[in-house]
Ligand binder design. Structure first.
Ligand code: RIB
Length: 299
C-alpha cells in the first residue's frame, strides 16, 4: 500500500462564475476562495484518504502558501520529507473559474513546481525504488519525471496532464497510462475522441504497448489491455465541481493497484472515487475517504 507521488503542489484560487469568459472579455464572478490543489498533491491526498502510505516528492516556495500546503499534506499523514523549499520562487498557483454546471477552466502558474531539480529525485530514489506504485503527472519538469520513473521498482502510473509529446524511452517504463480524452488526442496526434469508437481509433494511433485507462468523466473509463477494450461505467451523481475528479481517479487507481487488485476492479474503484470528488467543491476538500467510496459502491 505504499505509494510515491512525484508532482505539483499548487494553491488553487477558485472564482465561481455564471459562465466562462471568452478571450478579451471581462465578466463578474460570484465569489472566490482558495484551497490546496496541484495534480501531484491532489493525487497524494486521494491515495492517503483511501488508506495508502504516501510519500510526496515536489517543491514549494518559501512562502505562507507553501508552508500551509505542506502542513496540509502532513495532516493527511503524507511523508513530506522530499518536498523541498525553493528560496527563489513562489509556490505554484492555479487560477480556476468554476461555472454553475461544475465545469472548470484552469491556468497554472507553476512557480517552484517548475524548478523541481533532478537531484531532488536522486535523493528520493530509495523511496521510488521501494514504493509498490509510483504516480506521475506532467506539472513538474519532464527531466525530473524521466529521472524519477527510471528509479521506480513497482508499478508506474502516468497521468499525462497537461499533455505533451513524451519520449518513447520514458513511455516504455510506464505500466499504466491514464489520459483523459483531450490528453489521449494530443498523445495520439488525433482529434479529441468523442465516442468510444473514436477512443478505440486514438488508442490504435497511440500504439502504446502497456495498459491504458482512458478517463471519460460521466461516462466512466475505458481500459485497453492486450488489444481488448473494456468499458467501466460511472455511477450517476450530481456534479458540482469536476476539479480534481481525475486526481481522485488516479489516487484510487494507485490505491487499488498497490493492493494487487485486478485492473478492472481497480478502475471500478477509481471511477467511484472520481465520481465522489465531483460532488463537492474544491480540489483537496472534495477527495473522498475509503468509507465514502465503499458506501457509494454498495449503492
Ligand atoms: O487537477 C486539478 C488541479 O489541476 C488543480 O488542483 C490545479 O491546481 C491544477 O494543478
Amino acid at each position: 500500500m505504499t505509494v510515491a507521488v512525484v508532482g505539483s503542489i499548487n494553491q488553487d484560487l477558485v472564482v465561481r462564475v455564471p459562465r466562462h469568459p471568452v478571450p478579451g472579455e471581462t465578466i463578474l464572478g460570484i465569489d472566490h476562495f482558495t484551497v490546496s490543489g496541484g495534480k501531484g498533491a491532489n493525487q497524494a491526498v486521494a491515495a492517503a484518504r483511501l488508506g495508502c502510505d504516501v510519500t510526496m516528492i515536489g517543491r514549494v516556495g518559501d512562502d505562507d502558501a507553501g508552508r500551509s500546503m505542506v502542513a496540509g499534506l502532513r495532516a493527511e499523514g503524507i511523508d513530506t520529507r522530499h518536498v523541498s523549499v525553493d528560496a527563489d520562487a513562489g509556490s505554484g498557483l492555479a487560477v480556476i473559474t468554476l461555472d454553475d454546471a461544475g465545469e472548470n477552466a484552469i491556468v497554472v502558474s507553476p512557480g517552484a513546481n517548475a524548478r523541481l531539480p533532478v537531484n531532488a529525485i536522486t535523493a528520493a530514489a530509495p523511496v521510488l525504488a521501494a514504493a509498490r506504485v509510483a504516480l506521475f503527472q506532467l506539472e513538474v519538469p519532464l527531466p525530473a519525471v524521466v529521472a524519477a520513473i527510471a528509479e521506480v521498482g513497482g508499478v508506474v502510473i502516468l497521468n499525462p496532464a497537461p499533455a505533451q509529446p513524451l519520449p518513447t524511452s520514458m513511455l516504455a517504463r510506464v505500466g499504466i497510462l491514464v489520459p483523459n480524452r483531450t490528453e489521449l488526442g494530443v498523445l495520439a496526434g488525433t482529434d479529441e475522441p468523442e465516442t468510444l469508437d473514436a477512443v478505440e481509433d486514438a488508442l490504435a494511433a497511440l500504439g502504446f504497448a502497456g495498459r491504458v485507462v482512458v478517463t471519460l468523466g460521466a461516462d466512466g473509463a475505458v481500459i485497453a489491455e492486450g488489444g481488448v477494450l473494456t468499458h467501466v461505467p460511472a455511477p450517476t451523481i450530481d456534479p458540482v465541481d469536476t476539479t480534481a475528479a481525475g486526481d481522485a481517479f488516479c489516487g484510487g487507481l494507485a490505491d487499488a493497484i498497490s493492493r494487487d487488485a485486478p485492473l478492472v476492479e481497480a478502475v471500478r474503484w477509481a471511477v467511484h472515487a472520481g465520481a465522489l470528488a465531483a460532488t463537492k467543491i474544491g480540489a483537496q476538500p472534495s477527495l473522498p475517504t475509503r468509507d465514502a467510496v465503499l458506501s457509494l459502491m454498495r449503492g
